[in-house]
Ligand binder design. Structure first.
Ligand SMILES: Cc1ncc(COP(=O)(O)O)c(C=O)c1O
Length: 363
């Protein structure tokens, strides 16, 4: 069912200035995790079910795509190019939702540890019609992107990894306003803290802006899962300020606030040795929430964020305030689409080696 973003209701002039298209089911539910509460002896543990944000594919990316793809449609672009790790959720979400709008996707994919999930994602990119291109690292991916940009007129610029920029981030400004409304209507108390994974930083940045616009005091805890050079306080503050600036330009009613790096709260303890690493703390957290609440998380992002939240709960005796876990991982079951292991032969040759049995870290 389509709805009007709260952002447009609150600041009506934005409606004509900011392209937006409804792709997901919003607002996503907020639920109390009663079993986890009794397990951890901590009341007031909540989960934001962004895993249920979309029918074809859920998770956090669809919120950004509602703004990104609308912008693309307005500019009459036929191609989108974006980047991510080999198992990129952003890459898959973009491919699926862009295709529904007649837009083709090119993905620049960078190394990460190969798991069965990564293999499935690669097969799904192909299944849903993305053109995939391998690069060993980020500079290599940018070069490939440039090549595509030159060779295909109409590719819609580089959409940075994770769809995080002043346009995509608006999806999470809206998300915070939706949460504020859920709090206002008594579905949950105002959270003292929100735990979420932080990678390309747009989810955190959008929420930070939205919480400020909603007048909420909630403290965000971004749990870093990528390299510190890519994800840090300074870059996140910059992204928050760019998002504020973009909004303030569109509406005189929006203050051009800015934050400093010191106001950004990133936890650096749970990333593991590299992006995509499977960590013990992450696996334990995944197991705990699966058994207690029936929620399925991933090892790259959401499991690590939950691991951090669990540590906080177990170690901080004084704080019993409401805590919200923002579930950013899609729970749509794609196993039924029928991709087969042997299909890897249809991928570009540079990807075949990721299907060698000895490469997979089974868990
Ligand atoms: C499941 C999941 N959670 C969290 C994130 C991180 O969000 P962001 O890149 O906006 O920081 C991603 C990004 O790919 C993701 O796929």
């Amino acid at each position: 069912m389509t709805h009007t973003p709260i952002l447009f209701k609150k600041y009506p002039e934005l409606q004509d200035r900011i392209p937006w298209i409804n792709l997901g089911n919003f607002p996503t539910p907020v639920e109390e995790m009663k079993n986890l509460e009794s397990e951890l002896k901590h009341n007031n543990l909540w989960i934001k079910r962004d895993d249920l944000s979309g029918e074809k594919y859920g998770g956090n990316k669809i919120r950004k795509l509602e703004f990104i793809l609308a912008d693309l449609l307005k500019k009459k672009k036929k191609w989108i190019m974006t980047f991510g790790g080999l198992g990129s959720n952003h890459g898959l979400a973009t491919t699926i939702y862009a295709r529904g709008l007649g837009i083709k996707t090119v993905l620049g994919l960078i190394d990460q540890p190969v798991t069965e999930h990564v293999q499935k994602q690669l097969l799904r990119f192909h299944y849903f019609g993305a053109k995939i291109s391998y690069a060993k690292n980020a500079p290599g991916a940018v070069l490939k992107g440039l090549w595509h940009l030159v060779s295909k007129r109409g590719v819609y610029s580089f959409y940075g990894p994770g769809g995080s920029n002043k346009i995509g981030n608006l999806g999470f400004v809206e998300a915070a306003l939706q949460l504020a409304k859920q709090v206002e209507s008594g579905i949950m108390p105002e959270p003292e803290k929100i735990f979420l994974p932080i990678g390309s930083m747009g989810t955190y940045a959008g929420l930070a802006v939205g919480l400020k616009l909603a007048g909420m005091e909630t403290n965000l805890v971004g749990v870093r899962v990528t390299d510190i050079g890519m994800t840090n306080e300074k870059k996140t503050a910059k992204m928050i300020n760019e998002t504020f600036k973009h909004l303030a330009k569109q509406s005189d009613d929006i203050p051009q606030l800015s934050v400093s790096a010191e106001e950004v709260n990133i936890n650096h303890e749970f990333a593991g040795p590299c992006y995509g690493a499977v960590t013990k703390e992450g696996l334990d957290a995944i197991q705990l929430i699966r058994v207690s609440e029936g929620i399925h998380l991933d090892t790259t992002y959401s499991g690590k964020a939950l691991a951090c939240m669990l540590k906080h709960i177990r170690e901080s005796e004084s704080s019993k305030g409401p805590i919200l876990f923002w579930n950013t991982y899609s729970s749509v079951d794609l196993d039924g689409i029928g991709v087969k292991y042997e299909d890897y032969k249809q991928l570009p040759k540079s990807f075949h080696r990721f299907f060698r049995e000895d490469l997979i870290s089974h868990h």
